[in-house]
Design a protein around this ligand. Structure first.
Ligand code: FES
Length: 164
């Protein structure tokens, strides 16, 4: 590049906004903002397509998530005995038709919330991300420690889970 062209380029870069200049130089601002978080959707048990309204079978109000147990999105809770409401990072375990237990859906190890499975014979949730297991009695440590339980209150077909 000769001196005249270099000066034109310098003048152009001095007169455009920084975003355009960055684009001109081939630097993506979006790339520079990437955090590389843990939200990769790697699948896992029992999720639904929810978003927190009546169409999805649950509603949110602050820390409370109220689930309509009769909604078809929660059929797997009844057939499988557990459910990963991953949109709200809540795991639900069906103890009986009148008893449910709720847990954080964020793995205590590194926060993955989409790789859960349930091992009924050992009463453990297993996080497939690194294989740690968690007992479901809200007290006993598994290989990854204790999985935090949330308060849940059953009222008819409504299960209110308070995340705290
Ligand atoms: S993030 Fe769950 S075992 Fe590592």
């Amino acid at each position: 590049m000769n001196r005249k062209n270099q000066n034109k380029r310098r003048e152009f870069l001095n007169n455009v906004c920084p975003t355009v200049a960055m684009a001109f130089l081939g630097v993506s601002l979006l790339e520079s903002c990437s955090s590389g978080g843990d939200d990769a959707d790697i699948g896992g048990g029992g999720g639904n397509n929810g978003g927190g309204n009546n169409n999805t079978g649950y509603t949110k109000n602050g820390n409370d998530v109220t689930i309509n147990l009769n909604h078809s999105n929660f059929n797997k809770l009844h057939s499988d005995g557990w459910f990963n409401l991953y949109q709200e990072k809540i795991l639900i375990l069906k103890i009986s038709s009148s008893s449910y237990r709720a847990f954080t859906g964020s793995c205590p190890h590194q926060g993955t919330h989409t790789a859960w499975s349930y091992n009924g014979s050992s009463s453990e949730f297993v996080c497939g991300q690194h294989g740690n297991s968690y007992k479901t009695d809200c007290a006993t440590a598994g290989t990854g420690g204790v999985l935090k339980c949330y308060t849940s209150v059953l009222s008819g077909s409504s299960l209110k889970v308070t995340k705290s």
